[in-house]
Design a protein. Structure first.
Length: 188
């Protein structure tokens, strides 16, 4: 199977690409390397360095014609979304749509795996953890873009979609004792 992993040079994306390669799939990792590292991409996957919003990304996706898009590229800083909401929406909504629509035009797309938000799109929650049926009341541009992205990829007539809405804070192990610690508080 041909699988496109956006954000494929990042922590989560590179690990998913590793697994897909190990399972025998043809993998392209699409990443602008703004926070990902080329050295994290599996040697048997092809790295395409491009921004998800760009014509270059669209052309690469069309040429690859993925059967699956595993979308992990994102502007994930809530504070930056408040300072520059247009940039946040451009990356998180327009970038997602650019990649998915190019994949659809490629003619083989069967499934989109989408990393959504674990909490930003829900706003002030009534229950913890919030069930999938919880009303969305985003309080930041980041949450709003994630809610709109979720609606975009799950709309009627869209390709089959699976979403992950986890509260995950992870980092690759580093040697500095003062560095961020890897932790995960995932919920379903």
């Amino acid at each position: 199977m041909r699988i496109l992993v956006t954000g494929g040079a990042g922590f989560i994306g590179s690990h998913l690409a590793d697994r897909f390669v190990a399972d025998g799939h043809d993998v392209v990792a699409l990443d602008d390397l703004s926070s990902g590292k080329a050295g994290q991409v599996n040697a048997r996957a092809r790295l395409v360095v491009a921004d998800v919003r760009s014509k270059a990304a669209r052309a690469a996706v069309l040429a690859f014609a993925p059967e699956v898009v595993c979308h992990h590229a994102a502007q994930m800083d809530v504070r930056r979304s408040v300072v520059d909401p247009a940039f946040d929406a451009d990356v998180n909504l327009v970038g997602l749509n650019n990649v998915v629509e190019a994949a659809r035009q490629g003619g083989a797309l069967a499934h989109v795996l989408f990393a959504s938000s674990g909490g930003a799109m829900y706003g002030e929650q009534e229950t913890y953890p919030a069930p999938e049926s919880h009303p969305t009341r985003p309080e930041s541009p980041y949450g709003l873009a994630k809610a709109a992205s979720t609606a975009s990829v799950t709309r009627p007539c869209a390709t089959a979609t699976s979403m992950a809405r986890g509260r995950t804070h992870m980092a690759r192990p580093v040697s500095s004792p003062s560095s961020a610690r890897a932790s995960s508080t995932a919920r379903r």
